[in-house]
Design a protein around this ligand. Structure first.
Ligand code: ADP
Ligand code: MG
Length: 256
């Protein structure tokens, strides 16, 4: 029997989802990202940790150009990030982002928050956008909240709405910036469970988090940043059992 042809998506296999080569960034005189080199494979789960102010947020914000970088190359899903606005729009529509403080539109219902980008960026008819939105609200287990406003939900529910909103755009990569840091402790698990499920479904993920249980459970690699540098990259087993750098050891002793 003749072998089946590969479909179009597998033709991309081997191309990194994100590639950062010699990336440097400054805020004025302050050198915030120092010679960052990082390749993230499709389907890979990366956890980024490090002290406050070490450049973690800036690094992931550069990946969808919420921050411009001054030196080096960032290639996302085969597209190089430059000042070209069409390219930036294209990349943003493929990269979902979840923030510490949810960033939902407070004056829009949950359903309207989810339908906004599919309708206006993807030109999806409203009925279809609602159908997609409800599918993702079910995935994050809060379909009954669709007609409420963000302010009427708990922090954990709001963050699950934010994740569902990002997923409605069918992103190829998800960026998380400390998604559980603003939550009361009892709500952390409900958000991590959604992220774990997403990881198990094969989503490419870069997560800034200090939830080391999450890192051990799902990360393929853990990155430790300090003073704008990637100090150490290792699979979680190795990262936690035998960190190579003194700086990593000191950090781990403070948070574990
Ligand atoms: P982290 O997420 O690891 O806490 P950030 O990437 O947010 O660190 O910030 C790294 C450093 O850059 C910090 O010292 C912060 O104060 C500084 N910084 C972040 N954003 C800006 C900005 N827009 N302008 C000037 N400095 C900034
Ligand atoms: Mg940060």
């Amino acid at each position: 029997m003749p072998s089946r042809r590969l479909d179009a998506s597998t033709a991309d296999a081997g191309l990194p989802a994100v590639s950062m080569v010699g990336v440097n960034k400054w805020f004025g005189d302050f050198h915030v990202l120092k010679d960052i080199n990082l390749e993230v494979e499709e389907g890979e789960r990366i956890v980024i940790c490090g002290p406050s102010g070490s450049g973690k947020s800036t690094l992931i914000r550069c990946i969808n150009r919420l921050e411009p970088h001054e030196e080096g190359q960032i290639i996302v899903d085969g597209h190089q990030l430059t000042d070209d606005l069409r390219q930036i729009d294209k990349i943003r529509s493929e990269v979902g982002m979840v923030f510490q403080n949810f960033n939902l539109f407070p004056h829009l219902s949950v359903l309207d928050n989810l339908c906004l980008a599919p309708q206006w960026v993807r030109k999806m008819p409203r009925a279809k956008a609602e159908e997609v939105a409800m599918t993702y609200l079910e995935r994050v287990k809060i379909p009954e909240q669709a007609h409420k406003f963000p302010g009427q939900l708990s922090g954990g529910q709001q963050q699950r709405v934010a994740i569902a909103r990002a997923l409605c755009m069918n992103p190829r990569i998800m960026l998380f910036d400390e998604p559980t840091s603003a939550l009361d402790p009892e709500m952390v698990k409900e958000v991590l469970d959604v992220m774990i499920e997403l990881a198990e479904q094969g989503m490419t993920m870069l997560c800034v988090t200090h939830e080391m249980g999450f890192a051990k459970a799902v990360a393929d690699r853990v990155i430790f940043m300090d003073f704008g540098e990637i100090v150490e990259v290792a699979p979680p087993a190795e990262f936690f059992a035998s960190p190579k750098s003194d700086r990593t050891r000191t950090f781990l002793s403070q948070i574990l």
